[in-house]
Design a protein. Sequence first.
Length: 233
Amino acid sequence: MLKYLEPLDWLPTAEDLPESDEKPVDSELQRLVADLLRNMLAGIFKGRTDWFFGIDMGVYYSPDEPAIAPDGFLSIGVKSVKTKGLRTSYVLWEENGVIPQFILEVVSKSYRGEYTTKKDLYQNLGVLYYVVYNPIRRKKNTLEVYRLVQGQYVPVIGNPVWMPEIGLGIGKDEYTHQDRDREWLFWYDEKGDRYLTPDEQIEQKDQQITQEKRRSQKLADRLLQLGINPDEL
């Protein structure tokens, strides 16, 4: 946890700072991958108010340095809703020094330091898990997960990779999301089972409703065969 000199009154607030690093997102995929993960978390963490998932949002770790803006990041141990106006940026000295435990970078048209400068910065900040997703790769793994061990990032092999400190696994699978049939990133449970997406949850609920209606209709038909009007029961 980073420490800041007291008092904090002299430090700029989220309202004083730009909302991101003001660099354009390279592609639609970067947003869609992060959006899917955030939307899944809303269901996985339903009822919890101690987490926040930011997308392309400025993360301020020092009043003397510009913001970093990961494609996605997860912090556990902070308020999900900080103010009525919601967060405009993630300012560590306003979050009790809680560093995101999970950061995601999606490589798109060009490298932006995902394997060098960004990796070194996240390592020095103490980000526990750093994930790089590079869908344009052909000879190497498209998903790389690094865990901070004694101040150094160590690759964790597997698909999915379980992250016990945050109670989630991260992995990839083929799926059709928003009519795009391709590889996507998903959250997994400790057993390695993929959590359902919001669309799958709706579909599952619709199937359950349909099955209940069929069972009710069969029961009604059976009662009618026995000369019993189910509406009079």
